[in-house]
Design a protein around this ligand. Structure first.
Ligand SMILES: [Cu+2]
Length: 381
């Protein structure tokens, strides 16, 4: 049987006569050590403070620092920051037309978009420097075709840097069709809209996070060859989030890439502008069925579509229009880069909010109203 000896450790042997002198020397040495360590700690602290101050001294240096330490916290939030006259500005804002445009006739649908850098409002009095599709700000124009039609897409780059367009509706080699188009150049490609549904399109140029966050996204609706049940109203909602490097009030904001990476939006919107359909509701008459085509553009966050006071009577989850819809559903998750189609029949007059039921989104502006009839206290426009 193996035996284990005690560990070879012994306290230092000190002759008893020298014990007092030993402790005196040890105490002095220990004191010296503490002083030296303290001194170096002080030097290191001063040094780090100096370099931080120098880095923050110029915007460019601050940016470099941010790029180097882009996950550093805290990040500044501008959520909900609006000027004092926000109520009047919101009332005066012209809401993005959410109505689904008609399908063009013929087998070939020609779509032309000219990319343009432009400053747009994303909330009352809050301006943002977008990279926009077709002078629309964000989202880009709604494309509406029928299954079997061919889309001929011409992208003209009137912007300052290369961009591209990636259609989720297309089965195509992306290195060919979705390639970067240089500033001043134009590129045309075709694809057959062979799959019915609602699809996102977006700029696919790297870093894609930045290009989508700057507003480069939109929706294409492909009607099935065998039409969906007829409805009374059809609206397209593109959900997205905005990440601001300033409040956008005195000076237009640009992208804060660190916040985009951290998924910390300042605003979330339907069709690019916070709460716009609260002030300018979408409309329906009592007893009518309204169809919502919802795309979650992200760049990163999902949308959990829900109509307060109603149910999604028909829900084509993931915008799969080749199968029957689900019925009487309360909330459907629309993933970033995905879509859904939802029919809602509302019999009673009233104001019905449509929201992302992930309620931080509502707080940040991703909410609107469907005004059914002319409920008391609302204007008739
Ligand atoms: Cu782009």
């Amino acid at each position: 049987m193996a035996s284990y000896s005690t560990p070879p450790y012994h306290a230092p042997r000190v002759p008893e006569t020298n014990l007092g002198a030993f402790w005196m020397v040890a105490t002095v040495l220990l004191g010296l050590m503490v002083a030296v360590v303290g001194f170096f700690a002080l030097l290191m602290w001063a040094d780090s403070r100096e370099s931080r101050d120098a880095a923050a001294a110029t915007p460019a240096a601050a940016e470099t620092q941010a790029a180097g330490h882009n996950t550093a916290l805290p990040l500044n939030s501008f959520a909900g920051v609006v000027p004092q006259n926000a109520t009047e500005l919101a009332a005066a804002h012209k809401a993005t037309d959410a109505a689904l445009p008609p399908v063009p006739a013929g087998d070939l649908v020609k779509v032309q978009m000219t990319l343009k850098d432009m400053t747009v409002e994303i909330a009352p009095g809050v301006r943002y420097n977008t990279w926009a599709f077709d002078g629309h700000g964000a989202p880009g124009p709604i494309v509406h075709v029928r299954e079997g039609q061919t889309v001929e897409m011409t992208l003209k780059n009137g912007s300052a840097i290369p961009h591209s367009i990636d259609f989720h509706a297309a089965r195509i080699a992306p290195d060919v069709a979705f390639k970067d188009v240089k500033p001043g150049e134009s590129f045309t490609f075709r694809f057959k809209a062979g799959d019915p549904g609602v699809f996102m399109y977006h700029c696919g140029t790297k870093p894609v996070l930045a290009h989508i966050a700057n507003g480069m996204y939109g929706a294409i609706v492909v009607d099935p060859a065998k039409p969906l049940p007829k409805v009374d109203n059809e609206y397209v909602l593109v959900a997205s989030e905005w990440y601001l490097n300033g409040d956008g009030i005195t000076k237009a904001a640009s992208l804060d890439m660190a916040k985009a990476r951290a998924m910390m939006p300042d605003w979330t919107t339907f069709n690019g502008y916070a709460n716009q359909y609260v002030n300018h509701p979408l409309t329906a008459k009592p007893g009518e069925t309204t169809r919502f085509y919802v795309v979650a553009a992200g760049p990163t966050l999902d949308t959990n579509f829900h109509v307060v006071g109603g149910l999604l009577d028909r829900a084509w989850v993931n915008a799969d229009l080749t199968n029957p819809p689900q019925n009487g559903v309360q909330t459907v998750a629309v993933p970033a880069g995905g879509a859904g189609v939802f029919d809602v029949k509302l019999d009673k007059e009233g104001l019905y909010p449509f929201v992302s039921h992930a309620f931080a989104h509502v707080d940040l502006g991703q909410v609107g109203l469907l005004k059914v009839g002319n409920p008391a206290g609302t204007m008739s426009h």
